[in-house]
Design a protein around this ligand. Structure first.
Ligand code: FAD
Ligand code: SIN
Length: 526
């Protein structure tokens, strides 16, 4: 089956939904989601969305905090753009029905997180992402120009390669004509042709054993662009959230928002001692890379499996009112957060790099845009400032939508794209091969490409990955396409890029910390 559209959007998180709503009055939109529409990283966001609203906060301060956190690798023009365009996009979110908590005086109740010099995080209790996802999902479902294809899995981008024209890596006239997608309900592979395509497929936390990301985060968009020979960058900067709830039987790991530390909670070792003062003057509210590394170090010194977050000294009623979901979740596990410490461990959380894009979200492949977590805009540099990703997603949705609308009339749907070729494939009965390769991949990434790295660990990771890469490619060529094998293949591709870029970076910077190179003198106000 072949479908045709003006705007193809892959992903139904904040990036995909907001872009779809912004272009939908100008033509037909097809919106893909690989599971149900609401199952996204966006939905699990807790802390909130950063934007400057009132003095004493200012654009200057938000810019400075973002630059300090990014450890010298942010693109200052992009930081300026996102910070200054943020408040207009907050208003748009509100106009779509998203609600943010307010104080009795009518002002937004602003929270503070690590690396922020002011209270500037708009939030909806401790489930901001759920609220944003709810509001935008309702809007998208109602829009007549948006056709939703949920349980559709984007497999690969269509380019000249599919017309039999050879394409070289980074060649500057590669053009995207749409995608091949697996309709998961029918098991049929469809060709979706589009004048423009947007990738908003989110992150890749699942390449690690412990992650806050839901199962959908397997780096699909990045892997597709890599295979289509577009440019990917900054993959070495994987952010580990310092405080996910220690509960080894649960995947994904439940997040204990940084806003709780902003509210006054403090980190302690298992024997109750404070330790952050040894690592940074900002203590428990230092940027994430510092806190995650400090916890990792303390756990290695003590041999403990977790550290504690202590909120017992805080006002119990206010604590429960601000963090109702965390309170409920912890109570389910027998932890009363008002009287007991919460066991926490770092978990893979966010990818700062990804598909290289310009200020309009244009990738290096023509007619292909990327926004949200799968893109690399230059905002985050070597380390993302907390709550800067939701705002980046919607600011770039606006830029990419304006650019697409200006240009779409110049394009036509491509003709003569062949249907997916499944010659020589058969149903793969060996699910065990896929699950085992996935487990090996996660072990490699966790043990050798985690919070602390070394040249030797990275080389070992590279060598081990090569083996599972060739085994999986061979299996892919022989197998009828399934979500499991596609996700494994994508996860291996993005893991490869992470290791390759980590090996190339011969320094410790931001989230990339290696014992072989001393840490640079960080830009810091301290
Ligand atoms: P997502 O919301 O992850 O959406 C990805 C979409 O792509 C999904 O619809 C998925 O089905 C689809 N998709 C993926 N691959 C395919 C494929 N092959 N075919 C079809 N569809 C596909 N950031 C903040 O700024 N503030 C916070 O408070 C915050 N808290 C967080 C808490 C948690 C627990 C987590 C995990 C992240 C948090 N983040 C936070 C980060 C932030 O939530 C994400 O970076 C952001 O939501 C990403 O949005 P997105 O639209 O780019 O992708
Ligand atoms: C959190 O609430 O701690 C997560 C915020 C983020 O990842 O930006």
């Amino acid at each position: 089956m072949t479908r045709k559209t003006d705007f193809l959007v892959i992903g139904s998180g904040l990036a995909g939904l907001s872009y779809a709503l912004k272009v939908a009055d100008k033509g037909k939109v097809i919106l893909l989601s690989k599971t149900k529409l609401e199952e996204t990283n966006t939905r699990y966001a807790q802390g909130g969305i950063a934007a400057v609203t009132y003095s004493p906060d200012s654009h200057k301060k938000h810019i400075e905090d973002t630059l300090i956190c990014g450890d010298g690798l942010c693109n200052e023009n992009i930081v300026r753009k996102v910070v200054s365009e943020a408040s207009a996009q907050i208003l748009e979110l509100i106009s779509w029905g998203a609600k943010f908590d307010k104080k009795p005086d009518g002002h937004f109740d602003l929270a503070k997180e690590g690396g922020h010099s002011e209270h500037r995080i708009l939030h909806h209790k401790d489930n901001t992402g759920y609220e944003i996802q709810r509001a935008l999902t309702e809007q998208v479902i109602q829009h007549q120009n948006i056709e939703i294809l949920d349980h559709y899995f984007a497999i690969d981008l269509l380019t000249q390669h599919h017309l039999g024209v050879p394409v070289a890596r980074h060649q500057d006239d590669i053009t995207c004509f749409g995608i091949y997608a697996l309709n998961i309900r029918t098991n049929q592979i469809e060709t979706i042709l589009s004048k423009t395509t947007l990738l908003a497929t989110g992150g890749m936390g699942n390449i690690y054993q412990t992650t806050t990301n839901p199962e959908i985060a397997t780096g699909d968009g990045i892997a597709m662009v890599y295979r289509a020979k577009g440019i990917i960058e900054n993959m070495e900067f994987v952010q580990f959230h310092p405080t996910s709830l220690f509960n080894p039987t649960q995947r994904p790991s439940f997040l204990i928002t940084e806003a709780m530390r902003g509210f006054g909670a403090i980190l302690r070792t298992k024997n109750g001692k404070e330790f952050m003062y040894k690592y940074d003057k900002r203590q428990s509210l230092a940027p994430r890379d510092i806190v995650a590394r400090a916890i990792d170090t303390e756990m290695k010194i003590s041999g403990d499996e977790y550290v504690y977050l202590d909120a017992t000294h805080l006002n119990a009623e206010k604590l429960k009112a601000h963090f109702p979901n965390i309170n409920t979740k912890c109570l389910e596990l027998g932890i009363n957060i008002t009287t007991e410490f919460i066991p926490v461990v770092p978990a893979a959380h966010y990818l700062c790099g990804g598909i290289k894009v310009d200020t309009n979200g244009c990738t290096t492949i023509r007619r292909l845009y990327a926004i949200g977590e799968n893109s690399s805009t230059g905002l985050h540099g070597a380390n993302r400032l907390a709550s800067n990703s939701l705002i980046e997603a919607i600011v770039y949705a606006e830029s990419a939508a304006s650019h697409t609308i200006e240009n779409v009339s110049a394009y036509e749907n491509q003709k003569n794209i062949p249907a997916w070729n499944d010659e020589g494939t058969s149903h793969n009965e060996e699910m065990v091969l896929i699950t085992q390769e996935y487990k090996e991949l996660q072990a490699i990434m966790t043990n050798y490409v985690g919070i602390v790295r070394s040249n030797l660990r990275l080389k070992r990771a590279f060598d081990r990955l090569e083996i599972i890469y060739s085994e999986t490619e061979e299996l892919f060529d022989k197998s009828v396409v399934s979500v499991n094998i596609c996700q494994l293949r994508n996860a291996i591709n993005v893991a490869y890029l992470t290791i390759k870029m980590a090996r190339r970076r011969r320094e410790s910077r931001g989230l990339h910390y290696t014992i072989d190179y001393p840490q640079r003198n960080k830009l810091s106000k301290l």
